[in-house]
Design a protein around this ligand. Structure first.
Ligand code: ZN
Length: 166
């Protein structure tokens, strides 16, 4: 018996994911399309625990059909994902695939945006939206022409130019 058996058997996968493995750490390894040309199909698999990622190409001759290419690339991706999921103990980040975009921002923290030149306070961070954009941050502007306004957006954190104020 696995300790993860209580998870629901079926839950919606993110758009574009065609294979998904549950790691021993409770994160997922997701495989999706990376590149598809006439000569090659490549799939990308990413572990959302440790964020290790790999590309799996079909490795077939130029005469293979696109169905054969997808099947071969998927076999290679599954092999990597299965092996990774069996040994990776990295816990999933609370913000999942959006960890980089959200950066160090947390609810009630204050930050400086190089995009607007304003300071703001985070009111809410949503990462499980069922429609585009898949994540969203809601903030109250603390400086600038629109001070006091509450706005929602999905502008990614810029580690070089944005700043944590408190
Ligand atoms: Zn991992």
């Amino acid at each position: 018996m696995s300790t993860t058996a209580a998870r629901p058997a079926v839950e919606a996968w993110p758009e574009g994911v065609i294979a998904r493995y549950l790691t021993v750490g409770g994160a997922t390894v997701d495989t999706g399309a990376y590149e598809k040309t006439d000569r090659d199909t490549t799939l990308q698999s990413t572990c959302w625990g440790c964020r290790e990622s790999t590309l799996s190409s079909d490795g077939l001759s130029a005469y293979a059909s696109s169905e054969e290419r997808l099947a071969a690339a998927l076999r290679a991706a599954r092999q990597w994902s299965q092996a990774h999921a069996e040994r990776c103990r990295a816990l999933p980040h609370p913000f999942g695939p959006f960890a980089d975009e959200i950066g160090p921002r947390r609810v009630s923290g204050r930050y400086y945006s190089h995009v607007s030149g304003n300071e703001y306070e985070v009111l809410d961070i949503q990462t499980e939206r069922s429609f585009w954009p898949p994540w969203q941050i809601t903030v109250r502007l603390l400086t600038g022409d629109r001070v006091g306004d509450v706005v929602s957006h999905c502008t990614a954190w810029d580690a070089k130019r944005d700043r944590v104020l408190s």
